[in-house]
Ligand binder design. Structure first.
Ligand SMILES: N[C@@H](CCC(=O)N[C@@H](CS)C(=O)NCC(=O)O)C(=O)O
Length: 190
């Protein structure tokens, strides 16, 4: 789908205010449909919006209801149980020592252990997160696993998860995201 990318620097007060006028929660990505002016926040909704409104857009949720549920369940799994604990660990690293939350961070590491174990099991015999087709679940998995692996590295117990992330990184769309994000990786706390 053709699109025009607009980078927003939240450290710039004017840009922050303009963006907050469009999306008060201040979260990326935000899609603006140039034809209708409609604003669409939330990545998973944005993917569904494109499938509904743009001919030729990828259908990343299967039409069969049972398969669709499976894909949505995996999308939620990666968003809530990999992305969320990863963000908690990263957020904690960015705080001053006096505001750290060791208990919350330990809980997040434990959640990632459990989630990696679950992913290791469901990836057996599957190329992608919900079977042999690339779906919305893989869009959720890509950034979540990429950053989770940095703050809570995969071990030898997770060969399938590791190989899965490698497949995701080779996918042209995700490879492009990683290439465009390269200038900002230095800001990620090590
Ligand atoms: N549930 C949202 C999460 C979006 C999100 O957390 N975006 C991050 C960047 S990837 C963000 O906007 N961070 C800026 C901030 O929280 O100030 C989605 O899937 O779109």
């Amino acid at each position: 789908v053709p699109f025009e990318k607009q980078l927003v620097d939240l450290l710039d007060p004017d840009q922050r205010t303009s963006f907050a006028n469009l999306n008060p929660l201040g979260k990326f990505p935000l899609l603006r449909d140039a034809k209708t002016g409609r604003l669409v926040p939330e990545s998973s909704i944005l993917v569904e919006y494109l499938a509904q409104h743009v001919p030729g857009a990828a259908r990343l949720i299967p039409t069969a209801p049972d398969r669709a549920l499976e894909v949505r369940a995996r999308d939620r799994f990666f968003d809530l149980y990999v992305m969320e604990p990863m963000s908690k660990i990263v957020g904690d690293k960015l705080r001053p020592d006096s505001e750290r939350d060791p208990r919350g961070v330990a809980g997040s590491h434990a959640t990632l252990d459990t989630a990696y174990g679950m992913a290791e099991a469901f990836l057996e015999g599957s190329t992608w997160a919900a079977g042999d087709d690339f779906t919305l679940a893989d869009c959720a998995a890509a950034p979540a696993l990429f950053y989770a692996n940095k703050v809570h590295p995969f071990t030898d117990e997770h060969p399938r998860v590791r190989a899965y992330l490698e497949r995701l990184e080779q996918r042209p769309s995700f490879a492009r995201v990683l290439a465009e994000a390269q200038p900002y990786f230095a800001m990620f706390p090590g």
